[in-house]
Write a protein that binds this ligand. Structure first.
Ligand code: AP5
Ligand code: MG
Length: 211
């Protein structure tokens, strides 16, 4: 977990190079529904464009479906879920959480970064013209398709997402510390994903084997 733009997607990508997980980003899944104009996408979009969380029931149903299709020996890397106490409670009835990684990044760093973020919408691949620019301007490295900006990366929407994170999601750190004895909770502070990642990797090595 971590505030919007805190580097969850960026750190997840680094984790996947070293460890074998199935990466589940609820934000990416919801954006795919929005793009495909599914019924779920139409509901989700009305919240996402305002910088609000999508109702718990919608994302929990999505997670139940993922669980139904999950292979037995597979470990999941959940990016952006749970985001409320209710989601955490429901999740505990679906799968156990071994580790909680929280990225604690200053808000000003986040605001500066998000206006610079470009994505390849179909895959969720993330680019930034400062940090990891595409090889060809405005084109996805793998497919060559055009990049776009997320609708919720407008400055006023970013502020709302940050408020919602502080109010609804950050309390989960204490919730897991107090209510989930088998979950290892670790908070990583910093401004640079490249500096933070080696610490995340060392932490994960205590609990999981590398590829
Ligand atoms: P989601 O897609 O999860 O958005 P978010 O939490 O707001 O987080 P982001 O994806 O914006 O940021 P990130 O932490 O992944 O950072 P990134 O790696 O891209 O959710 C979107 C919406 O869906 C929510 O607002 C909500 O409405 C809904 N939703 C999703 N899950 C939900 C749930 N469980 N319950 C209810 N609603 C839900 O990095 C950011 C930028 O920084 C990038 O451009 C990156 O290239 C750059 N960067 C990273 N590291 C560095 C560095 N070291 N130096 C410079 N730039 C860097
Ligand atoms: Mg993300």
């Amino acid at each position: 977990m971590g505030a919007p733009g805190g580097g969850k997607g960026t750190i997840s990508k680094k984790i996947l190079k070293d460890f074998k997980f199935n990466h589940i980003s609820t934000g990416d899944i919801l954006r795919k529904h929005v793009q495909d104009k599914t019924e779920l996408g139409l509901i989700a979009n009305s919240y996402m464009v305002k910088g609000a969380l999508v109702p718990d029931t919608v994302v929990i149903d999505m997670l139940r479906l993922i669980h139904k299709n999950k292979k037995n020996d597979e470990s999941l890397l959940l990016d952006g879920f749970p985001r409320t106490i209710e989601q955490a409670k429901q999740l505990s009835t679906i799968f156990p959480i071994d580790c909680l990684i929280s990225l604690d990044i200053p808000h000003q760093t986040i605001i500066d970064r998000l206006s610079n973020r470009w994505i390849h919408a179909p895959s969720g691949r993330i680019y930034s013209y400062d940090y990891n620019p595409p090889k060809i301007h405005n084109k996805d490295d793998i497919t060559g398709e055009p990049l776009s900006q997320r609708d919720d990366d407008k400055p006023e929407t970013i502020s709302k997402r940050l408020v919602s994170y502080e109010q609804m999601t950050k309390p989960l750190i204490e919730y897991y510390r107090n209510h989930s004895k088998n979950t290892h909770v670790e908070v990583f502070q910093g401004t640079e994903s490249d500096v933070i990642y080696p610490n995340v990797k060392n932490y994960l090595l205590k609990h999981f084997k590398t590829k």
